[in-house]
Ligand binder design. Structure first.
Ligand SMILES: N[C@H](CCC[C@H](N)C(=O)O)C(=O)O
Length: 270
C-alpha cells in the first residue's frame, strides 16, 4: 500500500505528517517506528496524523514518537499541524482548533510563524528529591502536555545531554510513563538556551516545544522573569513562550510561537 506523506519541521524537530481524515491509514507501532527510522525509513523525531474531530474542534491531532508509541501532545508538531492545515482547506485559516490527548488546542498563523495555545501546565514540583550521577544541578518537574524535567546548568556546550538525559528519562521516580529531560542556561532575565533529551526518541532532538515551555515556566518560577521569554534551541532557532500567572505556581494563556516549515512531500510503500 502506498502512503502519501509530508515531511515538516518545527525549529528542527522533524515530523512525518499524514492526512488520515478518512481513517484509512491504521498504522501500527512497528510501521510508525520503521517510517521514522533515519537509515531505513523516511526519518523523523515523530509522526503526526490528522484525523476527524470527535468533540467539535476542527480536527483531531494524534502524535507518535519515533519509537512508534503515542504521546499525549507535541508542541512543535502542533505548530507544524497548524501550518499543514493550509493544505487541508483552500485558504490558510487564521485559527485552527484540534483535539489532542492533552486537551483541545488552537493554532494561529502569525506571518512565517505559528503560535499555539498550550494546555494548562500541571503537576509542578520544584526541587525534586532525587539526583543523578555527575549532574550537579537541582531538578524540577512540570507537565506541559507531556512530562518534563528541567535542570538549570552553568554551561550547555560541554554537557553530556545523552547520558544525563537517559538517566533522568529512565529514573524510577518517573516510572512507568518516564519523562523528557531538559537542560537550560540563563542568557538574560528574559532569555534562556536549552537542550532536550526526548522520551520516545531516546536521544537529543534539535528542539522540543513542550520542553521549551517547561523550561521557560520553571525559569519564571525561579527568577520571576516576566512573559514573554525567549528560548534558544540546539537547532539554532529562537522561539517565544508567553504566559499569564493565575496563582503562585499556576499558569494560563501559555503560548509557543516559532517557525513551522514544509520540507518535502512523498509516497512510500508500507
Ligand atoms: N517526546 C515527547 C513528545 C514530543 C514532544 C516534543 N517533540 C515537543 O515538541 O513537544 C514525549 O514523549 O513526551
Amino acid at each position: 500500500m502506498l502512503l502519501h506523506f509530508y515531511k515538516m519541521n518545527g525549529a528542527g524537530n522533524d515530523f512525518i505528517v499524514i492526512d488520515n481524515r478518512d481513517l484509512s491509514n491504521n498504522l501500527d507501532t512497528d510501521t510508525i517506528a520503521a517510517l521514522c527510522d533515519r537509515h531505513r525509513g523516511i526519518g523523523a523525531d515523530g509522526l503526526l496524523a490528522v484525523e476527524p474531530a470527535e468533540n467539535g474542534a476542527d480536527y483531531k491531532f494524534r502524535y507518535y514518537n519515533a519509537d512508534g508509541g503515542e504521546a499525549e501532545m507535541c508542541g512543535n508538531g502542533a505548530r507544524c499541524f497548524g501550518r499543514f492545515t493550509s493544505h487541508l482547506t483552500e485558504e490558510m485559516p487564521e485559527k485552527v482548533s484540534f483535539e489532542t490527548i492533552a486537551g483541545t488546542l488552537d493554532a494561529v498563523m502569525i506571518g512565517d510563524d505559528v503560535r499555539i495555545a498550550m494546555s494548562t501546565p500541571k503537576d509542578l514540583q520544584l526541587n525534586l528529591p532525587i539526583s543523578i550521577d555527575d549532574l550537579d544541578a537541582k531538578m524540577h518537574f512540570i507537565n506541559t502536555g507531556v512530562p518534563h524535567v528541567v535542570s538549570f546548568v552553568e554551561s550547555l556546550d560541554e554537557l553530556d545531554v545523552f547520558n544525563h538525559g537517559r538517566d533522568i528519562r529512565q529514573h524510577s521516580h518517573f516510572a512507568p510513563a518516564g519523562t523528557n529531560a531538559n537542560f537550560a542556561k540563563v542568557l538574560a532575565p528574559d532569555h534562556i538556551a536549552i537542550r532536550t533529551y526526548e522520551r520516545g526518541v531516546e536521544d537529543e532532538t534539535l528542539a522540543c516545544g513542550t520542553g521549551m515551555v517547561a523550561c521557560a515556566l520553571v525559569h519564571h518560577l525561579l527568577t520571576g522573569a516576566p512573559s514573554p521569554i525567549k528560548v534558544d534551541v540546539e537547532g539554532g532557532d529562537t522561539l517565544e513562550i508567553g504566559f499569564e500567572k493565575t496563582g503562585d505556581d499556576s499558569f494560563t494563556n501559555v503560548t509557543l510561537t516559532g517557525p513551522a516549515d514544509f520540507v518535502f512531500e512523498g509516497e512510500i510503500e508500507i
